[in-house]
Design a protein around this ligand. Structure first.
Ligand SMILES: *[C@@H]1O[C@H](CO)[C@@H](O)[C@H](O)[C@H]1NC(C)=O
Ligand SMILES: *[C@@H]1O[C@H](CO)[C@@H](O)[C@H](O)[C@H]1NC(C)=O
Length: 377
């Protein structure tokens, strides 16, 4: 009955905006298949905090394990792009036909001359990768997300892109975090959706499927009860920039192994792993029998998954436990945990990425600045 009512509301107001997320191959998998992974990793070490360095420029990542992306279109008539939906940044950008880099080839590229609604600006945009950068300029156009058109959306058109972007499945990024951290103070897509009254509620939610290629979903403007069971646990944001929350502790079998005395964490769909301070992550991995290899991966014996303990994250007094089956991944070259070390000079020290988010239906509530987590149905 409840679901029926919600469906009715959405149909009546045309405010169900759903973007199916495709679970594609990661850059790591693609490079491993070609035997190029180790060389690539040597040249492009993973530096998780590069994405969050506040230089006044847009943030970016060289995360080789991202796999979820959705399709949006820009312009009139629409030009389609595969997009990383990123709650850890706030800008929208796509490759453009003016991109002179090899890494843009093989990606969809926006041609502003083929859009009757495009308006150019003279504002430039620059994205730091750590191993290179993306540069370009800003324009305005109609951006269509889940069938709903957002008018006059500002976005970046790339003119150069670092080589590693060529290995990514997705073309560009749509940032879903707050305008406060947006490069050039560009209005994020979801902020325009709220101000243009395109969403029924000022919330969006994410379901990331672990196994299926299909089924993952970004729901803009709604919380769908069919995705979860039991209560939603609401966690107030400690900062409205990223989706930043206070974490009480990380425990194994009731023993604190990391985040002793509390720490700050962000919930970030645009980071694949769970990242924390190196010393904390070493300690956590030691409890799990994992060791950091020369490429920074936390390698563990695949045989030990059965006997490995769960890891519990306590947020706002609620305990969220991750079973080993959800944080150990099995690749061509063995098993590794989804816990990776990196020391930030930032207001937060932990990133709860897809390895965490996959375990819960995750709601980003802009109406009261909370994040909600609920058990998957
Ligand atoms: C961009 O700069 C050029 C040259 O300085 C100027 O003629 C043009 O009007 C500017 N366009 C916008 C949209 O500001
Ligand atoms: C935030 O909104 C949700 C959904 O309406 C509500 O259940 C929750 O109690 C609210 N939390 C706070 C702290 O206001």
């Amino acid at each position: 009955m409840k679901q029926f009512l919600i469906l009715c509301v959405c149909v009546a107001l045309s405010q169900c905006i759903r973007v199916p997320l495709i679970k594609g191959k990661t850059a790591r998998q693609r490079l491993q298949e070609k035997g190029l992974w180790e060389e690539y990793r040597k040249e492009n070490p993973y530096v998780p905090w590069i994405k969050f360095v506040q230089t006044g420029q847009e943030s970016m990542t060289n995360d080789a394990d991202l796999c979820y992306y959705g399709v949006i279109s820009i312009g009139t008539p629409p030009q389609s792009f595969n997009i990383l939906m990123d709650t850890g940044s706030s800008n929208l950008w796509v490759p453009s036909v003016y991109c002179s880099s090899q890494s843009c080839q093989g990606h969809n590229m926006f041609n502003p001359q083929q859009s009757s609604t495009f308006q150019s600006t003279n504002e430039s945009i620059s994205v730091q990768y750590g191993t290179g950068s993306m540069t370009g300029y800003m324009g305005y156009d109609t951006v269509t997300v889940g069938g709903i058109a957002v008018q006059n959306q500002i976005f970046g058109l790339s003119e150069t892109e670092a080589p590693f972007m060529g290995t990514m499945t997705w073309d560009g990024i749509m940032g879903l975090a707050y305008q406060a951290i947006s490069s050039d103070s560009a209005t994020p897509v979801f902020d325009n959706m709220m101000s243009q009254n395109l969403v029924a509620e000022d919330v969006f939610s994410v379901y990331l499927s672990s196994n299926e290629q299909q089924g993952s979903m970004l729901l803009l403007g709604e919380i769908d009860p069919s995705y979860y069971t039991g209560s939603i646990y609401w966690i107030p944001l400690s900062s409205e920039s990223y989706y930043q929350v206070t974490m009480d502790s990380i425990t194994i079998n009731g023993q604190v192994v990391a985040c002793n005395g509390g720490c700050q964490a962000i919930v970030d769909t645009g980071t694949s792993f769970i990242i924390g301070p190196s010393s904390d992550v070493s300690n956590l991995n030691a409890y799990l029998g994992a060791q950091t290899d020369q490429y920074g991966d936390s390698v563990v014996s695949c045989n030990s998954i059965q006997s490995m303990p769960s890891v519990t994250f306590t947020l706002n007094g609620y305990a969220f436990s991750l079973p080993p089956s959800s944080f150990v991944s099995q690749g061509n070259s063995g098993c590794m945990t989804g816990f990776s070390g990196g020391d930030f000079g930032s207001s937060f020290s932990w990133i709860l990425g897809d390895v965490f988010i996959r375990n819960w239906y995750t709601i980003f509530n802009r109406a009261n600045n909370t994040v909600g987590l609920a058990s998957l149905s």
